[in-house]
Design a protein around this ligand. Sequence first.
Ligand code: CTP
Ligand code: MG
Length: 170
Amino acid sequence: LRDPALPDPALVVLVGASGSGKSTWAASRFRAAEVVSSDTLRGLVGSGPHDLDASTDAFALLEHIVQARLGRTLTTVVDTLGSDAARRRRWLDLARRAGLPAVVVVLDTPASVCRSRNAARERAVPARVLTSQLASVTGTVAALADEGWDAVHHVRPAADATPPPAPART
Ligand code: CTP
Ligand code: MG
């Protein structure tokens, strides 16, 4: 069972700062092919998941993959920071055109947890970058209510502390 219960097929847009647990959450609930990750795509067309010079190419691919999957009414989880309003609007339009429900999942992990997880990672995001990500996620959460999503779910670490053993798809 998925928690929260999500429509399927659907567009699922993740929102959360680095270290909030987006990719972990997605991996525990969806098949790898259902998750479209900007980091993964940077790794494919750049020198690695954090090669920011590859962002333009990576996001062009991401848009293409989201469009192709939604056009086939396949469940698509968009694993990015989620804070770009123009991109969110495009993904929502694509889901609407495909007749699919479209939901947002906010990884509402406290800043302190994001920071300590981030610090423990092999390739940590600079502290000031994380600070600005956390601020843009806060702004995004405020904007979501007026964007027309079918649902906006909040996943908090208490509910997500023990990721269920994969595969959780039922
Ligand atoms: N993590 C954890 N417990 C969770 C979720 C994540 O300990 N419930 C750990 C992961 O093992 C990982 C780190 O926190 O080492 C970041 O989790 P990740 O899912 O990679 O976070 P993202 O939001 O995907 O971060 P990024 O934006 O950098 O991809
Ligand atoms: Mg990630």
